[in-house]
Ligand binder design. Structure first.
Ligand code: GRF
Length: 209
C-alpha cells in the first residue's frame, strides 16, 4: 500500500479531486497526510473531514528557505511517502528538497508547459493571444515548472474570455488529469526514460488518452 502526501497552500480543489478519486476508484494507496505552509488554507478542513492527517509548516516562521524546506521535509517524511503531490503549493522549493523526492514528486501547472511557467498563467495566455491553453502534470525537478511531463489537457481560448473564465475552464481539466496521473504513479505505470515520461498502457485500466 503506497503512501501519498499532498501539499497545498489554498483551496485545495485538486487535492479534493485526488482524495475523491482515490476513494471512489478504491486506489491501492493511503492519502497519509495533507500538509500546508499556511494555517488558513481552506483545503485543510476538507482533509480533516475526510479523516486525513493534516499539518501546517508555516513558511513565514523560518529565517531562510533552507530552514523551511528542512522542517517541511521532516514533517512529510513522518508519513513515509512513496509520492508527494504538489497541489497548488505556492512555494519555490530548494534543489536539495527537490532532489530528496526525485522521481516521486508531482506538480500540476496551469499552462501547457513549456509555455507560460511561473505565475498568472491565464493572463499570460490571454496576452499572448494563444488559441489553446491548458494544464500540465509533471515530475518536479530543480528548475521551476519544468520536469518530465506526465499528462496535459488542452482547452480552447475563446474570444470573450476573461482570466477567470479561462482559469475555470482549465481547472475543470486539472481535476481530470491530476487524479489520473497520480493513479498511474500508484499503479507503477509511469517511468522516466531520458528525461521523458513513458506510460505503461498495457497495465491497469485501458488508457483514455
Ligand atoms: C491550480 O490552478 C494549480 O494548477 C495551480 O494552483 C491552482 C491551485 O488550485 N498550481 P487548488 O488549490 O488545487 O484549488
Amino acid at each position: 500500500m503506497k503512501n501519498i502526501v499532498i501539499l497545498i497552500s489554498g483551496r485545495g480543489s485538486n487535492m479534493q479531486a485526488i482524495v475523491r478519486a482515490a476513494k471512489s476508484e478504491q486506489w491501492p494507496c493511503r492519502i497519509a497526510a495533507v500538509i500546508s505552509n499556511r494555517a488558513d488554507a481552506e483545503g485543510l478542513a476538507f482533509a480533516a473531514e475526510h479523516g486525513i492527517a493534516t499539518a501546517v509548516v508555516p513558511s513565514k516562521s523560518f529565517p531562510s528557505r533552507d530552514d523551511f524546506d528542512a522542517a517541511l521535509r521532516a514533517e512529510i517524511d513522518k508519513f513515509a511517502p512513496d509520492l508527494v503531490v504538489l497541489a497548488g503549493f505556492m512555494r519555490i522549493l530548494t534543489p536539495a528538497f527537490v532532489e530528496h523526492y526525485a522521481g516521486r514528486m508531482l506538480n500540476i501547472h496551469p499552462s501547457l508547459l513549456p509555455s507560460f511557467p511561473g505565475l498568472a498563467t491565464h493572463r499570460q495566455a490571454l496576452a499572448a493571444g494563444v488559441k489553446f491553453h491548458g494544464a500540465t502534470v509533471h515530475f518536479v525537478t530543480a528548475e521551476l515548472d519544468h520536469g518530465p511531463i506526465v499528462e496535459q489537457a488542452v482547452v480552447p481560448v475563446l474570444p470573450e474570455d476573461t482570466e477567470h473564465a479561462l482559469a475555470e475552464r482549465v481547472l475543470a481539466q486539472e481535476h481530470v488529469i491530476y487524479p489520473r496521473s497520480v493513479r498511474r504513479f500508484i499503479e507503477d505505470r509511469l517511468s522516466i526514460e531520458n528525461g521523458l515520461v513513458r506510460v505503461d498502457h498495457a497495465a491497469g485500466k485501458p488508457a483514455t488518452t
